[in-house]
Design a protein around this ligand. Structure first.
Ligand code: ATP
Length: 242
């Protein structure tokens, strides 16, 4: 469904951040993009969602195709309309809007307005905590609650492909487990494909079908999750269970 072909990305006309990255996300699957700090994971996601331009980044080579259509370098709103939505790292929710208003804002590009109420109820089922907080201004939520809201907002956009950037960042381990369990549930129940960037390899691989490992702007390893989990090097370097 998503095919990234050998992309090269340069920031500020001089920093070569991606040196030929290729990856695929098949329909209905969860794919994890792993690797250490500065490996190029976020840059890869931003290349797909079109958010690169806002950071003075440019795709200088390669192509990105979504459902057979070339989307390389398209504007972010056009990419959303094509069915790709990115939940941004740092949990950027609208702090002055309530939880419910944030969820409604996620649906802004949708034409099926009458289904929105029902979909919000659906999100409250995934994340009951959000229901209890529905009238609270998002700026008063904890980090974990904001992360759930950011994911909920992404689901409200009803994308075909959801891009998640470090959903575990700064969140207590128990809550991380809950969030990832819900990501899996959303994938299964809504049939949404998911590409998730994570430094926490263990938790990402616990829900993913396939994984890519990046280092220094390149994919250095890839495989079905069961193969990655069986790989000595990965167990040692990324999972700490060598
Ligand atoms: P992290 O987990 O730390 O976010 P990452 O794997 O997501 O790491 P990227 O954020 O994609 O890595 O960064 C890849 C490289 O590009 C790094 O060397 C980084 O310093 C550089 N880079 C990222 N964003 C910019 C930017 N806006 N301007 C210049 N260089 C950047």
């Amino acid at each position: 469904m998503l095919r990234v072909n050998n992309i090269e990305v340069v920031y500020s006309k001089m920093i070569l951040a991606l040196k030929g990255v290729s990856l695929e996300v098949p329909e209905g699957k969860i794919v994890a993009l792993l690797g250490s700090n500065g490996a190029g994971k976020s840059t890869t996601l931003k290349s797909i969602s079109g958010l690169l331009a806002g950071e003075d980044g440019l795709i200088t080579d390669g192509t990105i195709e979504f459902k057979g259509k070339k989307i390389t370098g398209m504007a972010p709103d056009a990419i959303v309309k094509n069915g790709i939505f990115q939940c941004i790292e740092g949990r950027r929710v609208f702090k002055d809007l309530t939880v419910e208003e944030n969820l409604m804002a996620g649906a802004y590009t949708r034409k099926d307005r009458k289904n929105i109420k029902g979909d919000i109820e659906n999100i409250y089922e995934y994340f009951p905590k959000l229901k209890a907080l529905q009238s609270r201004k998002a700026g008063f939520l904890s980090g974990g609650e904001q992360q759930m809201l950011a994911i909920g907002r992404g689901i409200m956009a009803k994308p075909k492909l959801l891009l998640l950037d470090e959903p575990s960042l700064g969140i207590a381990p128990l809550l991380v487990e809950e969030i990832f369990k819900n990501i899996k549930k959303i994938n299964q129940e809504e049939g949404m494909s998911i590409l998730v960037v994570e430094q926490n390899a263990a938790v990402a691989l616990s829900i993913a079908d396939y994984g890519y490992i990046m280092e220094g702007g390149r994919v250095v390893m890839e495989g079905a999750v069961e193969n990655l989990l069986a790989n000595e090097e990965i167990r040692e370097h990324y999972l700490g269970i060598g």
